[in-house]
Design a protein around this ligand. Structure first.
Ligand SMILES: [Zn+2]
Length: 304
C-alpha cells in the first residue's frame, strides 16, 4: 500500500515537454552563515567567531569569481548575517544573485517547536524582504534537518522550493509530508506537497570535505585536497550528463570554507571545466521554475 502514494519524479509523459536538446543545469549555492552557525552551537569564544567572520572575505572573493564568469548564484543567507553584515549582503544583491532563506539564527528546525520555528522563519523573511524588496522563494534548513512542520510552514509562507533533502540527485521532486515511520514496520509514504524539493548531498557540500572541527565529543578531519574534491564534483556533473537529458546539479558551499585561497583556485578550475562540459548555470529559483514547467506541469493532465 505505501507504494500507491509514492511517486518519485519521472520524465514527463508528454515527449513534447522534453527539452529539444539536452540541458544540464548547475546551481552554485552559498550558505552565507558567517558567525551564526558557531553561535547556534554555543561556540562564542573569539576564535570560532573569527572563523565565521572570514566568510566576509570569502564572500568578496566569490562575488568577484562569479562576476568574472558571468554566473548568477543563490545565497542562502541567515537573517543574522543580513542584520550583522548588511553591506556584505547588499553586495550580493547588487550583483544580481538570489538571496534565499536560511533561518534567522541558524538553529535546525528539528530542534525547535512549531511556534519557535515559525517565528524564526518570519523574522528571517522580513530581513530578506528589507534587503531585496521581496520575500524569499527558496529555503534551506540549517544543518539540513527539517522538522515535521517545515514543509507545511514553507507552503503557508509562500515558498516555491526547499533545498534540504537527499531523496534524489539530478531531478527535483515534490517534498512529502506525513511519512509514517515506525520501528519494525514498513515505511509509509505521505502525500506529495506543492513544494519543489531541490535535492542536495553532503558529498557535494564543501564543509565535510574541508573543515577541521574538534569538539569535546568528535573530530571532523576535513582538510582534503581541493582539486581532488573538485574532480569528484566534476565527475558528478559528467554522470548527470551521461544519464539524463535534463537535470539539475547543486553544489553547496560556505564562504568561510571555500573562500580559502587554494580552494578558490580549485573552484575557479571547476567552473571552467563545467562550462566546457556544457553546464548551464542558473539560480535555484530559476531552476525550480524550469523544473516546475518541465516535470510537474504533467500533473494537471495526468490521469490514472
Ligand atoms: Zn548554514
Amino acid at each position: 500500500m505505501p507504494e500507491a502514494n509514492y511517486a518519485m519524479p519521472v520524465v514527463p509523459k508528454s515527449t513534447s515537454r522534453k527539452p529539444s536538446v539536452p540541458r544540464h543545469i548547475v546551481c552554485l549555492t552559498f550558505d552565507f552563515d558567517t558567525q551564526s552557525g558557531f553561535i547556534a552551537r554555543g561556540m562564542t569564544t573569539p576564535t570560532p567567531l573569527s572563523r565565521g567572520e572570514f566568510g566576509l572575505t570569502g564572500a568578496r572573493r566569490i562575488l568577484a569569481l562569479l562576476k568574472a564568469n558571468g554566473i548568477k548564484a543563490t545565497w542562502f543567507t541567515p537573517g543574522f548575517t543580513i542584520e550583522s553584515h548588511p553591506q556584505a549582503c547588499e553586495a550580493v544583491v547588487a550583483d544580481g544573485h538570489e538571496v534565499a532563506h536560511h533561518s534567522w539564527a541558524h538553529i535546525p528546525p528539528a530542534q525547535q517547536n512549531r511556534v519557535d520555528e515559525e517565528a524564526d522563519l518570519v523574522r528571517a523573511n522580513e530581513a530578506i524582504a528589507r534587503l531585496t524588496g521581496r520575500k524569499a522563494r527558496g529555503y534551506r534548513s540549517p544543518s539540513w534537518d527539517l522538522s515535521e512542520s517545515t514543509v507545511d510552514l514553507l507552503l503557508a509562507h509562500g515558498f516555491l522550493y526547499d533545498s534540504s533533502l537527499m531523496g534524489a540527485d539530478y531531478w527535483p521532486y515534490r517534498a512529502r509530508r506525513g511519512d509514517h515511520v515506525e520501528l519494525g514496520k514498513p515505511y509509509g509514504y505521505g502525500e506529495q506537497s506543492e513544494l519543489i524539493e531541490m535535492p542536495i548531498s553532503w558529498s557535494l557540500d564543501d564543509y565535510p570535505h574541508f573543515e577541521f572541527v574538534r569538539t569535546p565529543t568528535a573530530v571532523l578531519p576535513g582538510l582534503q585536497s581541493a582539486r581532488t574534491v573538485m574532480e569528484n564534483w566534476l565527475d558528478e556533473f559528467r554522470y548527470m550528463r551521461q544519464t539524463v537529458d535534463w537535470g539539475v546539479l547543486t553544489y553547496t558551499m560556505h564562504p568561510y570554507v571555500i573562500g580559502r585561497g587554494y580552494r578558490m583556485l580549485a573552484l575557479e578550475g571547476l567552473l571552467k571545466d563545467l562550462a566546457a562540459a556544457g553546464a548551464v548555470f542558473m539560480t535555484m529559483e530559476d531552476a525550480a521554475r524550469e523544473a516546475q514547467a518541465l516535470m510537474f506541469a504533467r500533473d494537471a493532465d495526468s490521469t490514472p
